[in-house]
Design a protein around this ligand. Structure first.
Ligand code: AMP
Ligand code: ZN
Length: 115
């Protein structure tokens, strides 16, 4: 576990969250400050700081994260309408929490370019 890492604590159940999915590798929960009608965060249970820290051996994990996003999009009914998956990496990317996470955003039309 990353020392004092908020998302490690959420994954371990030490800090409450509105969980929508979990398995051995992945936890998905509602963002505390939603930027869209649906705003879910998908994280690996294991502490990985950023996408830059993904190793070749994390291929399966990455697949699972995206499969979970697809599954939630279908279950929650916004797959056909569309959605956005976002990863913020490091300072200029806008990353605030140093535990790899993907934002799954849906329920409204997304703008482009992003802010
Ligand atoms: P990022 O800027 O990509 O690091 O995103 C971090 C996200 O975590 C933000 O969208 C926050 O609203 C969200 N967040 C922070 N604390 C919590 C929490 N305790 N439970 C759920 N989401 C959180
Ligand atoms: Zn962590």
């Amino acid at each position: 576990m990353g020392r004092d890492c908020l998302f490690c604590k959420i994954a371990a159940g030490e800090i409450p969250c509105q969980k929508v999915f979990e398995d051995e590798w992945v936890v998905a929960f509602k963002d505390i400050e939603p930027q869209a009608p649906h705003h879910i965060l998908l994280i690996p249970r294991r502490h990985i700081p950023t996408t830059l820290d993904l190793a070749a051996s994390d291929q399966a994990l990455l697949g699972r994260l995206f499969q979970t996003a697809n599954q939630l999009a279908r279950q929650l009914g916004f797959a056909d309408e569309g959605f956005r998956i976002v990863n913020n990496c490091n300072d200029f990317g806008g990353q605030v929490i140093g535990h790899l996470h993907f934002h799954l955003l849906a329920g409204r039309r997304m703008g482009w370019p992003p802010g």
